[in-house]
Design a protein around this ligand. Structure first.
Ligand SMILES: Cc1ncc(COP(=O)(O)O)c(C=O)c1O
Length: 423
């Protein structure tokens, strides 16, 4: 199989366009144009999954209508087209993260699988009895449980860096927990519950001073912030396509080539080998060593389309607009009497979680749904974080660049209605 690598230097990054017109952007998302329970849909559950622009829907459809074939194995035209599109998507993902080489981009099912891959492969190889993995108190279950499983298997120890009442990492405490036994730091870039943007550069610098590699869970960061893995100097970075306006079933694990090269495969099967006999198997080179079996080809291609779409709008525009919207929403929501925002970090992106005096979040979500407003309620796959704040659940409104100030107003009106009915 031919492997083409496309090194990208930092200077080559896309120049972002300057204009942003939310009403025009909304027209690209067909799902937004509907009523729910007789009200215009207000979709504020973007941290769970975001909606897909036509460019993504059409990329999937184009694959199945015109190019459907397996990749990396056929000599026929359709297979070559499919392979080309899939590998182009890998280069698009490489440029998106500013990785230095496309072989550092491993396609996986999503952030969850990416973290499990690192725990199973890097973890099993490098973590032994008495060693430590360091995470934070604001991790999603997918950045807790794989490490717990590894620690159980290896008699290793999971250390948890604490946070303050605003939902910010206590950096000094984090540094104190970085010890001679720490084998990996695994930290969320942006919290899915609190919206906190972690000081990842400082975290990486502190860990590297102790020669400890760092994995960043970028599931909630990739849709909101421009990420440059070379500038950050992180060792692993993960994100899910479906939170980045792409399809479900695909995501990316970035890893530094020397680390990935030294790691054993995650799964065995087709495509991850270079030769097999019953006596011995020689593994394929990167990235294919970690991509056993037929992947979600259509989703990979459509993820490339999603990244192209966001790049077309411009990440600076996205970030600036979302910042403005978050500030507007925070101000409006926090004026509701008896409502408390959980997660008031100085640096935040995309998320407002809140609790209301005497009203269960599930009831808040149900009444908002009757108003056509989609929010998430529950523990958000972060039960230890709920425990840290002494609450069972929150209501979470999470933003995307297609949300509007009018939708935030609708949310606030909806919350007042909840108070009227249940308060
Ligand atoms: C911070 C964070 N990490 C990881 C994940 C897991 O992503 P996925 O379910 O797409 O694998 C999520 C999903 O909500 C998340 O918010």
């Amino acid at each position: 199989m031919a492997t083409t690598h496309h090194p990208v230097s930092k200077g080559e990054r896309q120049k972002w366009p300057a204009n942003f017109d939310v009403e025009r952007v909304r027209k690209d998302f067909p799902v937004l144009d509907q009523t729910v329970h007789g009200r215009p849909l207000v979709y504020l559950d973007n941290a769970a999954t975001s909606q897909k622009p036509l460019a993504v829907i059409e990329a999937e459809e184009r694959f199945y209508r015109h190019d459907c074939s397996n990749i990396h194995r056929g000599v026929h035209e359709l297979s070559e087209r499919a392979t080309r599109s899939y590998e182009n998507a890998r280069v698009t993902a490489q440029r998106f993260l500013n990785a230095s080489d496309s072989k550092e981009i491993i396609f996986v099912r999503g952030a969850t699988e990416a973290i499990n891959l690192v725990a199973s492969s890097f973890g099993r190889q490098n973590v032994n009895a008495g060693d430590e993995i360091l995470i934070t108190a604001m991790e999603h279950h997918s950045n807790i449980v794989p490490w717990q499983m590894l620690c159980e298997e290896k008699c290793a120890i999971l250390r948890v860096a604490p946070i303050n009442d605003r939902g910010e990492l206590l950096f000094d405490e984090f540094v104190k927990l970085l010890g001679p036994k720490t084998r990996l730091v695994a930290v969320v870039h942006v919290s899915n519950v609190l919206g906190t943007i972690n000081p990842v550069r400082e975290i990486i610098e502190a860990a590297h001073r102790k020669k400890v590699p760092v994995l960043l869970d970028g599931a909630q960061a990739a849709p909101h912030l421009a990420v440059d893995v070379q500038e950050l100097d992180c060792d692993f970075y993960t994100f899910s396509g479906h939170k980045l306006y792409g399809p479900t079933g695909v995501g990316v694990l970035y890893g530094k080539a020397d680390l990935l090269d030294a790691m054993p495969p995650y799964q065995g099967g087709g495509d991850m080998i270079s030769s097999v006999t019953f006596e011995k198997t020689i593994y394929n080179s990167l990235p294919y060593k970690f991509e056993a079996g037929t992947p979600n080809i259509a989703a990979g291609i459509a993820l490339g389309a999603a990244i192209d779409y966001v790049n077309g709008i411009g990440f600076e525009n996205v970030a600036a607009y979302e910042d403005e919207l978050l500030a507007y929403a925070t101000e409006a929501v926090s004026r509701v009497p008896g409502l408390k925002i959980i997660g008031t970090a100085e640096k935040k992106a995309g998320v407002i979680s809140f609790v209301m005096e005497g009203i269960h979040p599930h009831d808040v979500g149900t009444i908002l749904d009757q108003e056509g407003i989609a929010v998430r309620t529950g523990h958000h796959c972060a039960q230890p974080l709920m425990e840290r704040f002494g609450i069972p659940a929150t209501t979470r409104a999470s933003l995307a660049f297609y949300n509007t100030k009018a939708e935030i107003d609708a949310l606030v009106t909806g919350i007042h209605k909840v108070k009227e009915l249940l308060g």
